[in-house]
Design a protein around this ligand. Sequence first.
Ligand code: COA
Length: 333
Amino acid sequence: MNPSSLFKAAVAGTGSYLPDKVLTNKDLENTLDTSDEWITTRTGIKERRIAADNESASTMAFEAGKKALSSARLEPEQVDMVIVCTSTPDVLFPSTACFVQKELGAVNSAAYDISAVCSGFVFGLSIAEQYLKTGRYDHILVIGSEANSRIVDWSDRSTCILFGDGAGAVLLKKTDQEEPVGILSSHIYSDGALTDLIVVPGGIGTTGVNKQDIDDNKYFIKMSGNATFKVAVKRMANVIQEALDFNEIKMEEVSLLLPHQANQRIVSAVAEKLNFPEEKIYMTIQKYGNTSAASIPIGIADAMEEGKIKPGDVSVLGVVGAGLTWGSAVIKW
Ligand code: COA
């Protein structure tokens, strides 16, 4: 059972931002040796959003963050910390979060980025949970934002069809309410032995940024799809089960599973392993593809807007991402 803490970390507001530009599978048929049928049956994706030339991880994060603040009816000056979870930062440094902080006017916050790729949002949520439960801070904005379209090789049909751009945000607040509410638990893990599964090999390394690496396409996503698929199913199912056991919650008590949106078949395989009904799983992959760290907070914001999350409901988040990283969180709304 969850050890008792001084305070609880409750969700006070949510928001998302998706770029206007839609890229459909049919559009991709014009530039790649692929088909709508292949992409739909292998992944569940029908279309994804693509950031405009004047959009980036920080601009999308700002839009999502602004909505989360407004839905929480909170002034930007009241935010103590801005955590942006992204693998597609605007620049190497300063952090994307600092650009977001400035645009929001969150002048009293500490702002920094989390790099845990697709698992970033759950890692960020877990950090925020600790600061709020100890009473150190009152309000923390956790944002997942990705401009994935800038790091996919648009000539590589095995990866480019999967990813999309967007941002999602959650505003968490400290509360001393007695009944269980907010983040009931979070579990986060990494296994650096699996760094090769999904990787953008370009970076600083030992040589610095160099033209050869650019010519060799090293600044794009490389992925071992099959191996990733198998590991993802196992780790996500296990970490979700761990979350339920930790909270002594039965599967029937969960109103909504909010999984990372990497592949419809991964989610279905996890649901089957856990014996979890598909109708209680919230999916956005068909319209947004894999938006990496943004996928879970976008799902939360969309589910909230559609009235699929009600006060008192219990949701479970589950994710696996590059690193390898993986994790889960249980939220009581
Ligand atoms: N269109 C048509 N054919 C394609 C294709 C595309 N977009 N992409 C790959 N193919 C082909 C392959 O070249 C291969 O052809 P071959 O048999 O002639 O060699 C065939 O389809 C099967 O490829 P395979 O890689 O075995 O397909 P798959 O069923 O494993 O599906 C993924 C590929 C990428 C969709 C799947 O492995 C996956 O989703 N993996 C997990 C990815 C993931 O979750 N990443 C992020 C984690 S956060």
